[in-house]
Design a protein around this ligand. Sequence first.
Ligand code: F6P
Length: 341
Amino acid sequence: MRVGVLTGGGDCPGLNAVIRAVVLKGIETHGWEIFGFRSGWRGAITGEGRWLTRDDVEGILTRGGTVLGSSRTNPYKEDGGVEAIRSVVADKGLDAIIAIGGEDTLGVANRLTADGVKVVGVPKTIDNDLAATDYTFGFDTAVHIATEAVDRLHTTAESHHRALVVEVMGRHAGWIALHSGLAGGASVILVPERPFSVDTVVEWVRRRFEREYAPIIVVAEGALPEGGAEVLQTGETDAFGHVRLGGVGNWLADEIAHRTGKESRAVVLGHTQRGGTPTAYDRVLATRFGLHAVDAVADGDSGVMVALRGTDIVRVKLAEATAELKTVPPERYAEAEVFFG
Ligand code: F6P
């Protein structure tokens, strides 16, 4: 058998662990040939990439990023994109493609399956917002990085008796904010799912100052004030229609300073949450996803995604996994609210 593998969308710690598992199990257990497409769906359109060997995946388990490169190319937005993928698949004699990605990459995988290309999906995103899987790999690493930042910011905030606003990633889902805020003992956590009242945030901040502590506010980049809009870096959209978010942290820090008369600063963690080595948890999850994706291909399955349910890896329909995002439910946010102020 010949199988293609690609990584699409924003990079994420653990991608290389999946690639390594796919290559080693594909070659060693099944005797397959594995073609690594360069830069996500762009490589599948142009055919750019290379046949991978054991040597190509030597030492990559612990490395962040992706040795294959990534892009936000959407074949359905490129003239003749889908046709081009079909002929690349035919030319290289590929029996299936293993696509490692988030909602956008796997949304394409789902449509391609309907258009006659055999695809098995592997869920990745630091945002943990893919439905049908309990966790995506990359999330644990991002939460560790954000929590470490919150821990460090506590001491400097206390020393200067300042409010510190920490902006973390999370476009439509506040999982990173929720988990790092809870783990780091934040005074307020703001998520995209629940528009916030600036008055209430300021009240919580005041209460924290009154108790002689310095408030730490963790805010997801997609969080928005009641009646307001998301704060954008640019109005431009990518091939999947996403705008570039960013700036809510600075905006909120200014509001807090203005309304409380206390010094406030914002820290934007940005891509530090996506870079670097994956945690042990993410290495194991990513490796297991890679192994099970190979099993799915070996079974002739397609249009499916491997997913974590409890401690088991199962297969779910790509259509089910990409139908809607997994956002923070009100009851999970309510748990965190107990600690606000
Ligand atoms: O989807 C993952 C994510 O990390 C989002 O949280 C964030 O909005 C986006 O990627 C930013 O990605 P980039 O800077 O690569 O466009």
